[in-house]
Structures are given as structure tokens and as C-alpha cells.
Design a binder for this molecule. Structure first.
Ligand SMILES: [Zn+2]
Length: 125
């Protein structure tokens, strides 16, 4: 190895250059470049998009489907609101709840049979 300051040939393991006294890198770990304070941080981080997860839509449909919650989640506000209103009426009248129950069951089957690619095409673009 050689002195990084003056180029003097050094014995391996020597900590200081006998010629100029510069500390050698022997035994001293080279600091990683990432610790350089002026190095810009890699700009790979991007905030996650408002991505719809099919699994979440399925769970919402399964448990709150009668109130159209899965539709609201999938940004289908109009249909979701209609189901929500009918579903809330259904709390008192039962029959509307049956309607949205069947409705959400259809949605559930649609979601289950829908491939992730189709799901992405429909809700994530
Ligand atoms: Zn030297």
C-alpha cells in the first residue's frame, strides 16, 4: 500500500506514514459515501398514491356492503350513497336492507371474480 498523501510505499498495517506522518487507512474503515452530508438524499421516496386495495374493498363489501361502504371506498360515490341511504332506511324497514344486501352480495361476487389487473384498470387509473 502507499501513503494517500505523499505516495510513499508503506508496510501493511502501518498507521502513520513515516515520510509525512499522515494517518494511513490501515485498520481504519473507510466511511461509507452515504454518510457524506453534502450528498443529496436519493429521491426514490414518493408518497403512496391513493391506491385501492381489492382486499379492503372485499372486506368492506362483506361487512358493510349493505350500506355501500365498499362503493364509497372505490370512489363510486353515487352508487355508494344510494346504497347507504337505502341501507339506513333498511335499519327500520328491513326490506330495503335486503335489497342492498343482495346488491352488495352481487358486488362481492364481482370483486371476487375480478382479477387484480381488471380491478386496477377499473379503480386504480
Ligand atoms: Zn506520506
Amino acid at each position: 500500500m502507499f501513503c494517500k498523501n505523499c505516495g510513499q510505499a508503506l508496510d501493511n498495517g502501518v498507521r502513520f506514514c513515516p515520510n509525512c506522518g499522515t494517518e494511513t487507512t490501515a485498520g481504519v474503515p473507510v466511511p461509507p459515501a452515504a454518510s457524506d452530508p453534502v450528498a443529496p438524499r436519493p429521491a426514490t421516496y414518493a408518497p403512496p398514491r391513493d391506491r385501492k386495495e381489492k382486499s379492503i374493498a372485499l372486506i368492506l363489501c362483506l361487512f358493510f356492503g349493505c350500506f355501500g361502504v365498499h362503493k364509497l371506498y372505490l370512489k363510486e360515490q353515487k352508487e355508494g350513497c344510494v346504497m347507504l341511504v337505502i341501507g339506513l332506511f333498511g335499519l327500520f324497514l328491513l326490506i330495503p336492507l335486503l335489497v342492498t344486501g343482495i346488491w352488495s352480495l352481487i358486488n362481492l361476487i364481482q370483486l371476487l371474480t375480478m382479477g387484480s389487473e381488471e380491478f386496477d384498470r377499473k379503480y386504480n387509473c
